[in-house]
Write a protein that binds this ligand. Structure first.
Ligand code: PMP
Length: 282
């Protein structure tokens, strides 16, 4: 596998980061993930725009223009012969003697990219639907920034893994914030699509935005509002979205069956619409 590090394309084993990298010391960095389907990046410009915004929110100058990022991603995808999977982009505040405050201006950020081959379209879990659990949301208060500080998500995902399920939805003040690596949606018995409105409490999901647009075009009623776990348990359907899961049906939450216990009609439709969009090379 070939990765990108600070200007070079290198074999995985040769790519090394110094121990004083602030990503390692403080999780002082930002990341972004785009899917690759049929060899093409999916909704990539929106991911790169969010990368730029996340970097700006923590005062890291974006090391590349959008066309430069696209050039690097395209080259990395080609060098790895990747037709389906993910491209990760990671930027930290760079390497400097350990001190919390920012290093001197001009300290070079660390820029790293890697690919993961993964079946994102014909994912068998999307056929059966995923079971999930709920966990308390233990994160900080700027979840709109796609920070590499992911410890709360690591703990949540490990709880899900230990429970033998695919994802954990995080809950704060009796409302679902989002999944540990996804955006949470429910479909009410009345057929309305419900997801939490954007704020600093959750990541502005790129897939969320695309799905809301597709749902609107399909004439579904949309409600951007808070919802509780108990409302989710009573929902007709539930699903989560992300660059890696696309639209993933949820068939059980905390052991309670959702709807008929198989992927719901609205969810399946939205997954198909999203796949059509992705394959059309948006
Ligand atoms: N919320 C969190 C906390 C995430 O980590 C992710 C995955 N990046 C998402 C939502 C979904 O975002 P996107 O659709 O942009 O992948």
């Amino acid at each position: 596998r070939i990765v990108y590090l600070n200007g070079d394309f290198l074999p995985f084993a040769e790519a090394r980061v110094p121990i004083m990298d602030r990503g390692f010391l403080f999780a002082d960095g930002i990341y972004e993930v785009s899917a690759v389907l049929d060899g093409r990046l999916v909704d990539n410009e929106a991911h790169l725009a969010r990368l730029d915004r996340s970097l700006g929110e923590i005062d890291i100058a974006n090391p590349h223009t959008i066309p430069e990022w696209i050039g690097l991603q395209t080259e990395l995808v080609a060098r790895n012969g990747l037709t389906e999977g993910l491209v990760y982009m990671q930027v930290t505040r760079g390497v400097y003697e350990r001190d919390f405050a920012y290093p001197p201006a001009g300290t070079a950020p660390t820029v790293m990219m890697f690919t993961q081959a993964k079946t994102v379209a014909a994912n068998p879990l999307a056929e059966t639907g995923a079971r999930i659990i709920t966990v308390p949301d233990l994160r900080w208060k700027r979840r709109d920034i796609k920070s590499v500080a992911l410890l709360a998500q690591v703990l949540a995902k490990q709880q899900a893994a230990a429970a033998g399920v695919a994802e954990a939805w995080m809950v704060e003040d009796d409302a679902v914030t989002e999944g540990s690596s996804s955006t949470a949606f429910i479909v009410t018995k009345g057929g309305a699509l419900v997801t939490r409105p954007l704020s600093t409490a959750l990541l502005p999901g790129i897939t969320r935005k695309a799905v809301l647009r597709l749902a609107e075009e399909a004439g579904l009623a949309l409600e951007e509002r808070l919802f509780s776990v108990s409302e989710a348990l009573e929902a007709a359907e539930a699903f989560y979205t992300s660059a890696s899961a696309f639209v993933m049906p949820v068939v059980a939450i905390d052991g309670h069956v959702i709807g008929e216990g198989h992927p719901g009609a609205h969810t399946r439709r939205l997954r198909e619409l999203y796949l059509d969009m992705a394959r059309a090379g948006v």
